[in-house]
Design a protein around this ligand. Structure first.
Ligand SMILES: [Zn+2]
Length: 438
């Protein structure tokens, strides 16, 4: 498992790098506790108060932190020892802009956020998954240019890109995606950097979903969490004690291609009976068509007749509206997801399982069906200690994670790195005691 890499061992004596690590630690501590006093930052980071003062002054001068008059818990201005209110620190959210891009087989999303990953501009457009890479990239570039209009280039920290399927994150190449057949060896990072003239980083959507979940839930720092993403495909990412698990070459989390019925339908990956053949967008549409062919699914047919497209969202919406045939489809999806989730709960005994994805319109129905199945299939002791919940940001999780990928340069967060064991790196938590002693 890669660690949150800050610097190679050979560079540990480099004082500039140590100062950079300390700045990241302080910024992250302020972000999590803000607004907060310098003394609290010193306690959280283990750094000496004098060091905190020095770093905070430097970060204020750089525009990344700002000072505000201190307040007590009930919101009243606090009076300091010298009759003036003591100053608190907070992140200067507007000091930087971050561009985030999420390419899903059926949807392209683009956001411009501030340094605290609060979206200021949001654009989305349907994607035709059978298009050529050139057509898809042109669409992305047009949306990005729209989002960047009027933004000072010097304030842009960079762009993060979330891609489905297999990628090489070091070179920023999209290798393949089972749901986008023409998408092969696409140099996404290179093309976007040339067109947008800003630094670009590319990562798998699954990893980015986990990254945002960790960013918005600081308590996950000491928990084991599984994030299940139900989108066009189904994927999983895992954080163990707050650190993201990244498999060999970054190819992990393919829960959608775990087999739950060896005699099941043919999957696009070549196997039979993968989870995805029961719960993917294609599988849901197929199930709806079968219902109509069997004389059921009248509400679905009526919606299609007035111009609706047969998508999971349509089925979710009708289920939410009380249509029994669509409720049955949604419960089936929850049932199959529950089988797969019970298996991983038995394997990893996580503290939390977080469900994310395009399920907004049927979230309670799916969650209840998943919980029912997990209660039947997972080992009792393990399941009783696992919280199953929905992510706050459903389908936007990877998009916001793409922004966090860029913000990582500034804050001390788990780094995404695909380094091998030979390239062992020092991590900020490992270094904190060394730095604190200085
Ligand atoms: Zn498969």
């Amino acid at each position: 498992m890669p660690r949150n890499s800050i610097m190679p061992k050979s560079q540990i004596g480099n004082s500039e790098l140590i100062s950079q690590v300390n700045k990241c630690l302080v910024l992250e501590a302020v972000r999590v506790m803000q607004p907060t006093f310098r003394a609290a930052v010193a306690r959280k980071t283990g750094l000496k108060p004098a060091t905190i003062t020095c770093i905070a002054n430097e970060l204020i001068a750089q525009g990344l932190l700002e000072e505000i008059p201190g307040k007590t818990e009930n919101g009243r201005a606090e009076i300091g020892r010298w009759g003036r209110p003591p100053l608190m620190l907070q992140v200067n959210a507007d000091s930087k802009r971050i561009l985030a891009i999420d390419l899903e087989p059926d949807q392209i999303r683009v956001a411009l956020s501030n340094l605290l990953i609060q979206p200021l501009v949001y654009r989305e457009k349907p994607n035709d998954r059978f298009s050529t890479p050139q057509v898809i990239l042109n669409k992305i570039i047009a949306l990005c240019q729209e989002a960047l209009q009027g933004v000072k280039r010097s304030s842009i920290l960079g762009a993060g890109v979330s891609l489905a399927g297999l990628i090489d994150s070091e070179s920023g190449v999209g290798i393949s995606s089972t749901n986008m057949p023409k998408w092969r060896d696409v140099p996404v990072q290179k093309i976007l950097e040339q067109k947008l003239k800003i630094p670009v980083r590319v990562e798998r959507s699954l990893h980015l979903a986990a990254l945002y979940e960790r960013w918005s839930n600081p308590h996950l720092a000491d928990r084991t969490t599984l994030i299940i993403s139900v989108r066009t495909g189904v994927g999983m990412s895992m954080m163990h004690r707050g650190q993201l698990y990244v498999g060999n070459k970054g190819f992990d989390g393919e829960i959608g291609h775990t087999v739950i019925d060896i005699d099941g339908p043919q999957c696009e990956c070549g196997n039979r009976g993968c989870l995805e053949t029961f719960v993917s967008a294609t599988a849901i549409a197929e199930r709806a068509r079968r219902a109509i062919a069997n004389g059921k699914g009248r509400a679905i047919q009526a919606a299609i007749d007035v111009g609706d497209t047969l998508t999971p969202e349509l089925i979710y919406r009708l289920a939410r509206g009380g249509d029994d045939d669509c409720i049955a489809i949604v419960c089936d999806i929850g049932h199959y997801l529950g089988i797969a989730i019970a298996n991983v709960i038995n394997l990893f005994a996580p503290h939390e399982v977080v469900i994310s994805g395009s399920i907004d319109l049927a979230e309670d129905l799916i969650l209840d069906a998943i919980k029912d199945q997990v209660n039947k299939s997972a080992l009792p002791r393990t399941r009783e200690n696992t919280l199953i919940r929905l992510a706050r940001e459903r389908e936007r999780l990877p998009l916001l994670g793409a922004a966090v990928l860029v913000a990582q340069q500034v804050f001390e967060l788990p780094r995404l790195s695909h380094t091998t064991a030979q390239e062992q790196v020092w991590t900020a938590p490992q270094m904190a005691p060394i730095l604190a002693a200085r």
